[in-house]
Design a protein around this ligand. Structure first.
Ligand code: SF4
Length: 348
């Protein structure tokens, strides 16, 4: 495995390289004095089929796509620190939850695998969700451009539904390609914003972009005609659920032109649970104790805690003229009928 440097100067619009960028060979120091080590893992499939679950039980996409393993943004509540081999780091030999944000893996061959998956596995009208267990626009994407090259592949497809979930304004770099993908597919960008409060966001999401940049990204996407909205995920009872903050978030989403505002309450599996509670104790010891109690029996908080909070977010969304579900409309019937890919003569 190769160790590679992480940061390079801020890029703006970038050309899509024809070949994967070679990984240089040394770990780098982050501004905060931390080190993130980048490695590469080979990829056989780019897309992971979601388990079949009964309608209404949470499956909102058919395929997940995550071009990296690990996420440098390091959100304290991140559920992807789990031991699930399909998304976690454990099978790569990392048991420490901190490794999830300190050791980032590039999936080499991801774009080629995506092309094959689009040809052979994906059916018309299916929903591919990028960024279900990592942020696809985390800092490494500035150099690796796996998302950019993936969008170039998707721009050759028709009749699909594509969503991208991110906390990063870097997605704006790819507006040109998002527009191309959106010509023949349904596309939306879910910008995750858990709080408009910058200091709180810094505590909860130490290396994720400032919330103001995320609202800015929504504005830019919407001005470019790209569907976009806000994921208030996760909602954190006792931390981000103040009436003033939620109202401010909904208002800023509205001002940014967001089409929807969806909220979901945090769920905490081990080792994410212990990691989050440990971090919470530093600033919110009483709240940390409540989270310990709430999650003693399972990853989900009690229904009496979740239900009213989700209902409040829905009411605020409605009040601000925002939809409460993903803005991803099914592709037009014409596109579904004609769904095929421009790779040779292959059709799906
Ligand atoms: S941005 Fe998403 S994937 Fe990355 S650490 Fe935060 S919650 Fe986890």
């Amino acid at each position: 495995m190769m160790n590679t440097t992480l940061f390079e100067p801020e890029g703006t619009a970038v050309a899509v390289p024809d070949a994967p960028t070679p990984l240089p060979d040394a770990p780098t120091t982050l501004p905060a004095g931390r080190q993130v080590v980048l490695d590469a893992v080979p990829t056989r499939h780019a897309l992971t089929r979601q388990r079949q679950v009964p309608a209404g039980r949470g499956r909102w996409f058919d395929w997940s796509a995550n071009p990296y393993r690990g996420c440098e943004f390091g959100c304290g509540y991140c559920y992807a620190r789990c031991r699930d081999t399909s998304i976690g780091h454990t099978f790569l030999g990392h048991d420490d939850p901190q490794d999830f944000e300190d050791r980032i893996y590039v999936k080499h061959g991801f774009v080629d695998a995506l092309q094959q998956d689009l040809r052979r596995r994906v059916k018309p009208g299916e929903h591919i969700a990028f960024g279900t267990s990592i942020d696809p626009y985390q800092p490494i994407e500035r150099r690796e451009r796996v998302m950019r090259r993936s969008l170039r592949e998707l721009a050759r497809a028709e009749g699909l539904r594509v969503s991208i979930t991110t906390k990063s304004q870097l997605v704006v770099r790819d507006i040109d390609l998002l527009r191309r993908v959106a010509k023949r597919n349904a596309v939306t960008v879910n910008v995750t914003i858990t709080t408009p409060d910058r200091r709180l966001a810094r505590f909860l999401e130490p290396r994720a972009p400032d919330p103001g940049l995320r609202f800015w990204a929504i504005r830019r996407l919407r001005d470019a005609g790209i569907d976009a909205g806000v994921f208030v995920m996760p909602l954190l009872p006792g931390i981000t659920d103040g009436e003033h903050d939620l109202r401010r978030l909904a208002k800023r989403a509205q001002d940014a032109g967001a089409r929807y505002l969806c909220g979901q309450v945090v769920f905490l599996r081990e080792p994410s649970r212990s990691h989050f509670v440990r971090r919470l104790r530093q600033a919110y010891p009483r709240v940390a104790a409540r989270y310990e109690v709430w999650t003693r029996q399972g990853a989900r908080l009690p229904a009496e805690v979740r239900g009213p909070l989700v209902a409040r977010v829905k009411a605020l969304a409605a009040e601000h003229g925002l939809k409460t579900r993903l803005g991803l409309e099914p592709p037009q019937p014409r596109l579904v009928r004609q769904a095929c890919f421009a790779f040779g003569n292959a059709s799906v």
